[in-house]
Write a new protein. Structure first.
Length: 174
């Protein structure tokens, strides 16, 4: 049975242990500015993937990846000394692609903002091809008070003919 909470706690603990070990200088070769960004542990707690970034050029990233990969045994030894689990997980170090992904997203957002600005600029100078408002509006009926009064009077006086006499229906007997 997999306990994801325990795996998450173990991953956070491994992240702290590895970062402190690198800070103390467990690896004797110069690493540069290495940052441990994430650690993922499998559900059975047997394997840990350590993600890291390096501030610098591509050559410095490749060199740091080579050094960390060559020293995974020392890193695993530090993790094993500081963990209280029965088996120390195997360690895999992976260069995190987060900075490159963030840069790509920033570039795409800048490109989208430039395209939006261009569309806004074109919209300012644009004219309508047809009417400014192409939707058909409902007809407005002229409001004549005299016509309404005549209709109301006619509906009230249904029994009276225009000549003033009674209509043929008004003389019915009950």
């Amino acid at each position: 049975m997999v306990d994801h909470g325990r795996a998450r706690k173990l991953a956070e603990l491994i992240k702290v242990i590895v970062a402190e070990a690198l800070e103390r200088g467990v690896i004797k070769e110069p690493l540069g500015f290495v940052t441990i960004t994430d650690v993922r542990v499998t559900g059975d707690l047997q394997h840990a993937s350590i993600f890291f970034t390096v501030y610098g050029s591509d050559e410095e990233r490749a060199e740091a990846a080579r050094i960390l990969t060559a020293n995974t045994g020392r890193i695993r030894g530090e993790v094993g000394r500081n963990l209280t689990v029965r088996l120390t997980p195997t360690i895999e170090v992976i260069l995190d692609a987060l900075p490159e992904s963030a840069k790509t997203i920033d570039d795409l957002l800048a490109k989208a903002a430039a395209a939006d600005a261009e569309v806004e600029r074109l919209a300012q100078a644009a004219v309508y091809a047809g009417d400014e408002d192409p939707y058909v509006k409902p007809r407005e009926i002229a409001d004549d008070d005299d016509d309404d009064a005549d209709l109301t009077k006619a509906s009230l006086d249904d029994d009276v003919t225009p000549s003033g006499g009674a209509s043929p229906d008004s003389g019915r007997s009950a």
